[in-house]
Write a protein that binds this ligand. Structure first.
Ligand code: HSE
Length: 411
């Protein structure tokens, strides 16, 4: 039976304002916003001040409100709001990827103890319905990879700079259009993608990991030589988030990549996101849509609210029997390392070097590096690093060889 929903909204920024609009325009859903709590009393907003309250208790202590939409940008404050709301027996819908990536197992337990739902489709890929699909549609398929572009701001910046805008101009318009986080370093340093990848890994592979376990490289350190290299070869540079199964381990990385024109992300431009899901039976499927922005993100919040009418909850069935762990240690990946200092390139410890270019003022080399060297390179600010889209090479052990063989026979 349909449940009547009375909503308390925290936050009236890009997503909160968007939710207000889409909920007012949607005629299909039986839900109304009773109260909106915001922090800043002086901010001029698109609707009158009489709609707002500044006291969280007016939502959290109101027994007639059965749904909390948590849409603020402060993840620490959001953590307390979400926990209190769940403990007060209210369903929670959130778009806060940092909060979710950092506290997911705890919040799942609190929601379960109170028999309420905690949904967050809007936290990953904006309008793309990826979480519910991983939960429901792919529930019985063996997933081998979930990867793609899951940050709109960086894709927008990479698109615009490719068209001739400066990095600063492109970032400024991404902020103006409401794509960027309040703190845009989360976007451009890759962390926003990493938080989202943590959530995808939970729903795809059942694995809970700490964001810090994912090797993360943003787009702030890309030099012009990298873009010339890409152009000469017909590649584009894209910030990819990748979770790929290698036997019974999951390789996870967020980094700029060279993508060829036959890659599904090549033509994904501006704030669009694209996620590929590879599974044993269904093979590869692609999801593409607006990954940031007010109404697209609010559409995912609306969909979660709508699902609450029917008491929908994520079941996390893949977490019941997790047979995976995160791949660390014994692997090699293919990278381009570039620097204005030739000495830096000479010092790179390739296990297999494929190409080297020493020009007048720019220097680069391409090849395979192991995990330890990859880590060293990531923390060296004098280097720019771009990955190729190859699978990681695994340093084989007889046991791994056996498991890999077992899985490849299905593929
Ligand atoms: N800052 C995020 C992005 C917003 O650019 O993708 C949507 O999560």
């Amino acid at each position: 039976m349909k449940q009547k929903l009375t909503i308390g909204v925290f936050g009236f920024g890009c997503v909160g304002g968007g939710l207000y609009d889409v909920l007012n325009k949607s005629e299909l859903i039986d839900a109304r916003i009773k109260r909106i709590v915001v922090k800043n009393k002086h901010k001029i907003r698109s609707i009158g001040a009489e709609n707002f309250s500044y006291n969280p208790d007016e939502i959290l202590n109101d027994p007639t409100i059965n749904v909390v939409a948590e849409l603020i940008d402060d993840s620490d404050a959001a953590y307390h709001i979400v926990k209190r709301a769940l403990n007060a027996g209210k369903h929670v819908v959130s778009a806060n990827k940092k909060l979710i990536a950092e506290h997911l197992d705890e919040l799942i337990a609190v929601a379960k103890a109170n028999n309420v739902s905690f949904l967050y489709e809007a936290a990953v890929g904006g309008s793309i319905p990826i979480i519910r699909n991983l939960e429901e549609y792919y529930n019985n398929d063996w997933l081998s990879a979930v990867n793609g572009i899951i940050n709109g701001t960086t894709n927008y910046i990479l698109t615009r700079t490719d068209e001739g805008e400066t990095y600063e101009e492109a970032l400024k318009s991404a902020q103006k259009l409401g794509f960027a986080e309040a703190d845009p370093t989360l976007d451009v340093e890759g962390f926003d993608s990493t938080y989202k990848l943590v959530i995808l890994i939970k729903h795809a592979f059942g694995l809970t990991i700490d964001p810090e376990q994912i090797a993360t490289i943003g787009i702030t350190n890309l030099n012009p030589g990298i873009f010339s290299y890409a152009r000469e070869r017909g590649f584009r540079v894209k910030l990819l988030a990748r979770a790929e199964r290698v036997a019974d381990q999951v390789f996870a990385v967020v980094a700029p990549h060279f993508v060829e024109n036959n890659n599904f992300t090549y033509g994904v431009l501006n704030e669009f996101n694209a996620v590929s899901v590879k599974a044993l039976f269904s093979d590869q499927q692609l999801f593409q849509g607006k990954g940031a922005g007010s109404h697209p993100t609010a559409s995912a919040v609306l969909s979660d609210i709508s699902a609450l009418q029917f008491d929908y909850q994520y079941e996390y069935r893949k977490s019941d029997n997790v047979s995976f762990s995160l791949l660390d240690g014994d692997y090699q990946i293919r990278v381009l390392v570039s620097s204005e200092d030739s000495e830096q390139i000479l010092n790179v410890n390739f296990t297999d070097e494929e190409e080297r270019y020493f020009g007048k003022s720019s220097f680069y080399a391409v090849g395979w590096v192991d995990e330890i060297e990859f880590k060293r390179l990531r923390y060296n600010e004098n280097l720019s690093l771009v990955l190729f889209n190859d699978h990681p090479r695994i340093n084989e052990t007889p046991e791994l060889e056996f498991k890999k063989d077992k899985i490849e026979n299905y593929e």
